[in-house]
Design a protein around this ligand. Structure first.
Ligand code: SAH
Length: 285
């Protein structure tokens, strides 16, 4: 745990030096997420100090698809991305369109997006895409609970394509509006326009029955326990990836067999913001 803490602290220090984001110190330490798998084998997937400075300059100037590609290469180098399809999708969706101005979009860290929440780190997005890849085949249905910036929702939509169906559910209306604007600027815009991708205001603990059952369900916030509605809306043969826990959290992979029985395994230890009510989230407790 200490190793995780000091590596998290070091990346936070680099981030602060190159962004001047002093006010985010507590938030970043509190919300820093790092997979066990990486912890034992590798260093954090971070840009070098010089690179981070360059990225910041670029982020102020706008998006930079080449830096997005470099981020994908780093994730491949460190073994987070092993699938070509996932690599192509992450390359196609420029992360800078989803990260608020003033942050380093391609840096491997969660970043504040307002309303007491963060956009997850690139390695967590990549990890979840990989875990769900088989259930994000063309034509399949996917649900993204706690869709936030819309980044992963857009990635899912590119995976399943125009014959598929992807639904994002987010309980902060302002985030839903901004996520739609983010998606409209990038590669998933036609899917949003055609209607195979949609984002809705709602309590994600209830899922989104209208387009159920889902081949893939992703939950971007930590639930104290797995919501029954999400289990019910998972298709036989489907997979859900959900962080579960409060102080200590595990990213759980839940497979529903064709006979409806469930198998559950822990993938990695994580630190996500809570899946909770809007009121509790806005109080920041
Ligand atoms: N995956 C997203 C956001 C991660 S932060 C991204 O990377 O951009 C978790 C998100 O879950 C936040 O946007 C938060 O507002 C949302 N959330 C938390 N509880 C929720 C609930 N009960 N219903 C819907 N959204 C919820």
């Amino acid at each position: 745990m200490e190793g995780i803490f000091f590596r998290g602290l070091w990346t936070t220090v680099i981030l602060i030096i190159f962004t001047g984001a002093h006010c985010n110190l507590c938030n970043d330490i509190q919300l820093y997420t790092f997979p066990k798998a990486l912890d034992s084998r590798t260093q954090p997937i971070a840009a070098t100090s010089v690179e981070a400075g360059q990225l910041f300059e670029r982020s102020r100037a706008g998006s930079d698809i080449y830096k997005n590609k470099a981020m994908v290469e780093r994730l491949k180098t460190y073994g987070v991305i092993t699938s070509e399809k996932v690599a192509n999708v992450i390359e196609s969706i420029d992360r800078a369109l989803f990260v608020p101005d003033g942050n380093v979009p391609y840096y491997d860290s969660p970043m504040p997006i307002g309303y007491n929440v963060t956009i997850s780190a690139p390695h967590m997005h990549a990890t979840c895409l990989q875990l769900l890849e088989e259930n994000l085949q063309p034509g399949m249905h996917a649900l993204d609970v706690g869709s936030g910036t819309g980044y992963l929702t857009a990635c899912f939509a590119l995976m399943v394509g125009p014959q598929g169906c992807v639904v994002g559910v987010e309980h902060i209306p302002e985030l839903v509006s901004s996520s739609i604007q983010n998606i409209q600027k990038g590669a998933a815009a036609p899917l949003l326009k055609e209607g195979s991708l949609s984002v809705h205001v709602g309590d994600g603990r209830l899922g989104w029955p209208e387009h159920a059952p889902y081949d893939a369900i992703h939950v971007g916030a930590a639930a104290p326990k797995i919501p029954q509605a999400l289990i019910d809306q998972l298709k036989p043969g489907g997979r859900m990836v959900i962080p579960v826990g409060t102080i200590s959290q595990e990213l759980k992979v839940i497979d529903k067999d064709l006979d409806g029985s469930l198998s559950v395994r822990d993938e990695i230890s994580v630190r996500y913001v809570p899946l909770t009510s809007r009121e509790v989230q806005l109080q920041g407790v």
